[in-house]
Design a protein around this ligand. Structure first.
Ligand SMILES: [Zn+2]
Length: 322
């Protein structure tokens, strides 16, 4: 990234470093911002139900750009860019069930968040009440949706219930000001807002090194943790931790685990597996689409804009018909 000294990216990074609000056109001489002025709806696009669909992958969202972190201002620009280019969010569930209801001439995008960090969903106190931190990814999403009602609550949160260092359902033990007691209310809130609850195992296990029992325990106990939030949501999508497959892949479809203490058995069924890379996903109408191995695009640097440019130039993006 630093070698592109004259690029728009560098200008953008400089503006971010200086703390200039990235949404102000006068301060952001990047193509990202100027293009947000294109009409949001372009009904002239021909339907292309066999086109590809970007499944985007975010990790940390915060105050810096790195391999695993998106600056919050750039995240806001990503939403604006996608919207301006005629993309609308759908969940993984909608993708695998072929429920692509984005409207004619528009294209679906799936936006996934891995690892359940506070930067994705942080609460802050406003007097007696808790509100979604407007500087967290969810806060940015909600502010964007308030201005653009067609941008629905359809993010996909691939969560860890019991990971350390603030990755237990978006932060605990005071990390980034997040109380342990807020974890399950956060899970409930996401479900109520329409976002998809997605599994990322119990604590980011390397499934490739685990026994069959261990794999099933990781998936079943993640579901049990979500159950305790009382949403009634059965997670059907799993993002593979580290992109590593278990030795026995059949256990990703279904399995069960019996708690040795209570002797209670928990069963699970999954029908969508997210990989960590691989480019945009084939359309679910394309015979090459495999819901048990859905590729994703990591949003780093200018990768998103470059991808959207390429899909536009090659006419390969999915476009919904009537
Ligand atoms: Zn992860």
């Amino acid at each position: 990234m630093p070698s592109r000294s004259a690029s728009a990216l560098t200008l953008l990074v400089v503006s971010l470093t200086l703390g200039i609000p990235a949404g102000l056109p006068a301060q952001s001489p990047t193509r990202v911002t100027t293009r947000t002025t294109t009409p949001a709806t372009t009904p002239t696009r021909q339907p292309n139900p066999m086109g590809v669909i970007p499944v985007l992958e975010y990790h940390l969202v915060g105050d810096r750009e790195s391999r695993w972190s998106r600056h919050r201002d750039r995240f806001a620009q990503d939403l604006a860019l996608l919207h301006a280019r005629g993309y609308r969010p759908i969940t993984v569930r909608q993708l695998v069930e072929k429920r692509i209801d984005v409207g004619p001439g528009l294209s679906p995008v799936v936006i996934t968040f891995d690892d359940a960090s506070p930067g994705q969903f942080r609460y802050v106190r406003r007097g007696e009440t808790l509100v979604v931190d407007p500087t967290s990814a969810l806060g940015i999403w909600e502010a964007f949706a308030a201005k653009h009602p067609e941008w629905k609550g359809r993010a996909v949160f691939c969560m860890l219930p019991s990971a350390t260092e603030g990755h237990a359902f978006f932060g605990d033990k005071g990390i980034q000001g997040q109380a342990t007691a807020w974890r399950l209310p956060k899970v409930r809130y996401l479900a109520e807002q329409g976002h998809e609850l997605c599994s990322h195992t119990l604590w980011h296990a390397n499934l490739g090194t685990m026994s069959d029992t261990g794999v099933q325990e990781q998936i079943a106990r993640a579901q049990l943790a979500v159950d305790s939030a009382g949403t009634g949501v059965q997670m059907r999508t799993l993002a593979l931790p580290l992109g590593i497959w278990p030795k026995n892949r059949a256990l990703l479809r279904s399995g069960s685990w019996t708690d040795p203490r209570s002797t209670r058995t928990t069963r699970y069924t999954l029908d969508a597996i997210l990989m960590v890379a691989g480019g945009p996903s084939p359309s679910p109408f394309d015979p090459r689409f495999d819901p048990m191995a859905i590729p994703r695009v990591q949003v780093v640097g200018n990768a998103l804009e470059q991808l959207l440019d390429r899909l536009e130039a090659t006419g390969t993006r999915y476009v919904a018909g009537r």
